[in-house]
Ligand binder design. Structure first.
Ligand code: ATR
Length: 280
């Protein structure tokens, strides 16, 4: 029987992870299948993992709403998962169940075509799980001046607390939501992790004039592929980056953990994702 892998979430039917991983499995000639596994929010996550292991699953990705429950359910974690208190990739082989978090590294990899984004301050909008992963990754990348701005200030303060480790050289400053344009002053990187701009949500209301020239403007949204924010960034000479790269690169790191090889975000995969998203 082929080894089984999958993504565990609720809802999970629209996840693009099966498309991505099955493409790479086929390209690498690995005898395994990757499927979407719907697990309701109230499930006992540890029991579910053991059940999946019993059904032949060797590894799973974890998505909303289970990332924190997954953290609590695994036996060991990597550093990124420990920092965030959230797990997105699990290995079920071996005696212990190990939890990892590849979201932050996936985000950093998605900026590979951007230039000079580390040379100045970074502003992250939002304070959910994605914002935490991104701020954690920016700290790990050595950024000295990180700013966080969220409608609910207390949640932004919880994100800023990620920088409390003694080895951190950077600091995270919290700005009120109403001060987001001031928070963007001279920033070489702006990241929107709020739901604003997603299909069905209003656009992000924020001018981009205070950013540094040719800043990188990233939006974790990929439906639509170009949000109003990214279109305005492009027309003002900034470098727009949508969320598709983060999705694919976090998956590449998960694939690497399971199979020991790092797959590419090639044009065939890009075309398939674009087609799939267009049809959604
Ligand atoms: P995630 O999916 O990353 O875990 P989430 O908890 O769903 O995030 O939150 C989405 C983000 O969008 C939050 O930062 C939320 O702000 P609050 O913490 O104040 O709820 C933000 N958000 C959603 N709607 C918003 C709006 N109309 N104006 C400003 N921010 C908004």
């Amino acid at each position: 029987m082929s080894a089984r892998y999958g993504v565990v979430g609720w809802p999970v039917a629209h996840s693009r992870s099966p498309l991505i991983h099955n493409y790479w499995l086929q390209e690498a000639g690995i005898d395994a299948v990757y499927e979407a596994v719907a697990v309701p929010p109230e499930a006992n996550f540890r029991a579910k993992l053991e059940e999946l292991r019993g059904q032949g699953f060797a590894g799973v990705n974890v998505t909303i709403p289970h990332k924190e429950a997954a953290y609590a359910a695994v036996d060991t974690h990597d550093e990124a998962a420990a920092l965030l208190g959230a797990v997105n990739t699990i290995l079920l082989t071996g005696g212990k169940i190990s939890g990892h978090n590849t979201d932050g590294r996936g985000f950093i990899d998605s900026l590979s075509s951007a230039r000079d984004w580390t040379s100045g301050p970074a502003l992250v909008l939002g304070a959910g799980g994605a914002a935490r992963a991104i701020v954690g990754a920016l700290l790990a990348a050595g950024l000295a001046d990180i700013r966080v701005c969220n409608r609910t200030r207390a949640r932004a303060e919880a994100v800023a607390a990620l920088a409390d480790k003694p080895e951190d050289t950077g600091f995270v400053r919290v700005f009120d939501w109403g001060a987001r344009e001031r928070a963007a002053e001279a920033a070489t990187l702006l990241v929107n992790t709020t739901s604003l701009g997603m299909q069905g949500s209003p656009a992000l209301d924020m001018g981009l004039d205070t950013l540094a020239a040719k800043a990188t403007v990233a939006d974790i949204v990929y439906v639509p592929p170009e949000t109003d924010l990214l279109a305005r960034a492009r027309s003002q000479g900034h470098m727009p980056v949508n969320g598709l790269g983060m999705l694919v690169h976090q998956a590449a790191h998960a694939f690497d953990l399971w199979f020991g090889q790092h797959p590419a975000f090639d044009n065939v995969l890009r075309d398939r994702l674009h087609r799939d998203l267009g049809a959604a």
